[in-house]
Design a protein around this ligand. Structure first.
Ligand code: SAM
Length: 183
């Protein structure tokens, strides 16, 4: 079941990549909410570089992946990412991608609030670690504050868009926010 899940998740990223050309060969990517690793495998294939992947849940060892087991809401993660960049000899990432989401409760407004906090945190992390010109993409569960979240960050990027994927379950409130060309 988890394998099906991972492959469905990866299919969504492939679809976003086809539409928006988010990542390319030779790029360093920070991936948030990576477990069990469907996206991670695809990102490593496209970039051919080490992917820095973060999740609060464990992830199996994979080639070309530096896994940080951490809660993205905590402060320690920032230092750990900084240390990892040093090891890679880099100062920033060309893309920050997030599929992170807590286990959905079934209550739309609770799920939306949780998703708002995660998305905003992803954008804060991108604000610190994304290179100029870089892209940030994250999954989001729609609700009252969706437009606020989008507007809060869109002026920091040349191109921004809210999109859904065919691979998402029919009728789900799941969308992706796409930001390209960090200013
Ligand atoms: N993209 C993955 C794939 O293709 O295999 C699936 C990701 S799954 C939908 C969402 C992940 O977000 C879960 O593994 C969960 O542990 C993680 N997550 C949720 N909240 C988090 C947090 N605060 N910090 C780190 N990871 C978190």
């Amino acid at each position: 079941k988890s394998e099906n899940y991972a492959s469905r998740a990866a299919y969504k990223l492939k679809e976003l990549q086809r539409k928006f050309g988010i990542i390319g060969p030779g790029e360093h990517v920070l991936e948030i909410g990576s477990s069990p690793g469907g996206w991670t495998k695809y990102i490593a294939e496209v970039t051919g570089k080490s992917v820095v992947a973060v999740d609060i849940s464990p992830m199996k060892y994979m080639d070309n992946v530096i896994f940080l087991k951490a809660d993205i809401m905590g402060d320690q993660l920032i230092d750990r990412i900084r240390d990892t960049l040093k090891v890679l000899g880099k100062e920033s990432f060309q893309a920050v991608l997030s599929d992170a989401m807590v286990k959905t409760s079934g209550n739309g407004s609770i799920d939306h609030s949780a998703s708002y906090m995660i998305g905003n945190r992803v954008m804060e992390i991108a604000n610190i670690f994304l290179s100029t010109g870089g892209s940030c993409v994250f999954k989001h569960f729609q609700g009252d504050m969706t437009q606020d979240l989008f507007r809060k960050w869109k002026d920091s990027y040349r191109f921004s868009r809210i999109t859904n994927t065919r691979a998402s379950r029919h009728g789900s409130r799941e969308i992706y926010m796409i930001f390209k060309g960090k200013l």
